[in-house]
Design a protein around this ligand. Structure first.
Ligand code: SAH
Length: 235
């Protein structure tokens, strides 16, 4: 086994990977071997004649449910017990993904991700394989794949050598408990709007103070939940 960060994705649509992660920073890092990505088709673990992976929900109701036996076979094939990588099921019922969890994952050996489809997984396989459930946010996707791509994007940019200094900056949104300050670049004048004078003053202390103020004000206005937490943590 190589020592690069390793991602395995269980999905009914392996052709969705690497998708956007094959381009730009993540794509270059993938080519360079900084991380590896294996997409495994859950359907190849179906055992019946029709290769079915889903069935009607017990108790009735709309939609279909992914079968526990098929999903368990797929999980066991790519994530044997003793695999040090967390096994994560992307699910709207999971804990919301945070930058802190992203950092922890980037510091570890990799991840095994399970993408649901239909109404989701039979609850018993989630429990039997002790999956960690992670949500991308309070909205419903049609499948876990876009969530897996987003999670991997967030992690991969933090891997050593992928982005350079920027990704480790304390200023970045969420790192300090605040949203980041706004950015400006040339031209100096855009449709009658100037770059704030302090940013072109060359006074680094003033720039720093201005950015801090903007970060605090933006967080207070846009994310009262983060602002409350920030105030509570401040000595
Ligand atoms: N019936 C489910 C939604 C199923 S959506 C419910 O109401 O909770 C189908 C699949 O999309 C899920 O199994 C999950 O893997 C994925 N998914 C949907 N929304 C998601 C979200 N916010 N975060 C992560 N994965 C999500």
């Amino acid at each position: 086994m190589s020592d690069s960060w390793s991602a395995t994705v269980l999905t009914l649509f392996p052709e969705m990977f690497p998708g956007p992660l094959g381009l730009s920073l993540a794509g270059r890092a993938l080519e360079a071997g900084t991380w590896s990505l294996e997409a495994v088709d859950i359907r190849s673990f179906a055992t019946d004649r029709h290769r079915s992976v889903d069935d009607t929900p017990a108790g009735g109701g709309p939609g279909m449910v992914m079968r526990a036996d098929v999903v368990a076979a797929a999980v066991d094939a790519v994530h044997p017990s003793g695999d040090p990588r967390p096994l994560i099921y992307l699910s709207p019922r999971g804990a919301p993904l945070t930058q802190q969890r992203v950092r922890e994952l980037a510091a570890g050996p990799g991840v095994a991700l399970l993408c649901g489809r239909f109404e989701g997984l039979d609850q018993r396989v989630i429990e039997a394989r002790q999956m960690e459930e992670i949500s991308l946010g309070d909205f419903v996707l049609s499948g876990g794949e876009p969530a897996a791509l987003a999670l991997l994007d967030a992690v991969v940019r933090l891997l050593p050598g992928v982005m350079g200094k920027e990704a480790s900056g304390e200023d970045e949104s969420f790192e300090s408990g605040l949203l980041e300050y706004p950015h400006y670049t040339r031209p100096q004048l855009f449709e009658g709007r100037e770059i704030p004078a302090v940013l072109t003053s060359g006074d680094h202390a003033k720039v720093k103070a201005w950015r801090r103020e903007r970060a605090e004000e933006t967080t207070r206005q846009r994310r009262p939940d983060l602002w409350e937490k920030f105030l509570r943590k401040r000595p």
